[in-house]
Design a protein around this ligand. Structure first.
Ligand code: 5RP
Length: 263
């Protein structure tokens, strides 16, 4: 690995080998999202607890102060919407010059394995890896499932992750599922756990993160379950405890309660 690539990876993945990425890129296909109407305000109290922010260039420029020390993972795929014909028909939205101008630590793109646009999204990934590797910018592949939630099992997600790694992604983000170790064991690059829609209780989130980490994930890329929570700072600090301080789900719940109650 060249120095630039190594340096960017080290900014993303902390000395303990773990990471907490905070995504706020949802608007790129779903428009205004609850609690993310003003992304700058949403993330302000959370920035000091995350290891990177996953964001599009539009929100980065308009809502994030350029003096931030938080590494940026730039969302560079898109071109489709929730109401369009096919969410999977994404392209690469951002030039390499723009990635460099924005001084990003990494770039992220979704792949849609098993859809009509499987080939296009995988070739987009390969193209992005070519560009990223030339300038020392790591690519994070996002295994998107669109609306087909039924696909979230270890066999399918393991296939997606392995293909992403084979095409050169340096990190892969995928959904938590049972037998998460099967995904990690079949993937030669680090795997981070995606979040998904907000679930009913904080404990459910702590449990899936803890289990995923025990099974080899290096961290999370988790948004709505943090900033849609009524106590987002309590939530991110509880998750930080699992990721960087070996907390178990019960310990994380305690952190959450303490921060929530302002003690
Ligand atoms: C969408 C994404 C988003 O970054 C991710 O899904 C957002 O996180 P969460 O689901 O936890 O709100 O990659 O494909």
């Amino acid at each position: 690995m060249d120095w630039g690539m190594q340096n960017r990876m080290a900014r993303l993945i902390q000395d303990d080998g773990h990471c907490l990425f905070l995504p706020i890129d949802h608007g790129y296909f779903q428009g205004p999202t609850r609690k993310l109407e003003k992304p700058g305000e949403t993330v302000k109290p959370l920035l000091s607890y995350c290891d990177a922010l996953f964001v599009t260039r539009g929100v980065l420029r308009s809502a994030i102060n350029a003096n931030t020390k938080v590494p940026i993972i730039l969302r560079v795929s898109g071109g489709t919407s929730m109401i369009g014909k096919d969410l999977a028909n994404e392209g690469i939205t951002t030039s390499v010059q723009e990635m460099l101008r924005l001084n990003v630590a990494a770039i992220g793109l979704s792949i849609f394995v098993g859809t009509d646009y499987e080939r296009e999204s995988l070739l987009n990934l390969a193209k992005l890896v070519d560009a990223g590797e030339e300038y020392g910018i790591p690519v994070m592949a996002v295994t998107a499932v669109g609306r087909e939630l039924g696909k979230r099992d270890a066999r399918y997600l393991g296939l997606c992750c392995r293909i992403a790694a084979e095409l050169g992604a340096r990190v892969v983000k995928t959904y938590y599922c049972a037998d998460f170790d099967k995904i990690v064991n079949g993937c030669p690059v680090p795997v981070v756990i995606a979040g998904g829609p907000q679930v009913d209780t904080e404990m459910e989130v702590f449990e899936f993160i803890y289990d995923g980490m025990q099974k080899g994930a290096i961290g999370v890329n988790l948004g709505r379950n943090i900033w849609q929570n009524d106590y987002p700072v309590a939530m991110i600090r509880a998750i930080d405890a699992i990721i960087h301080h070996d907390a178990r789900p019960q310990d994380a719940q305690e952190v959450y309660n303490i921060v929530k109650n302002g003690k």
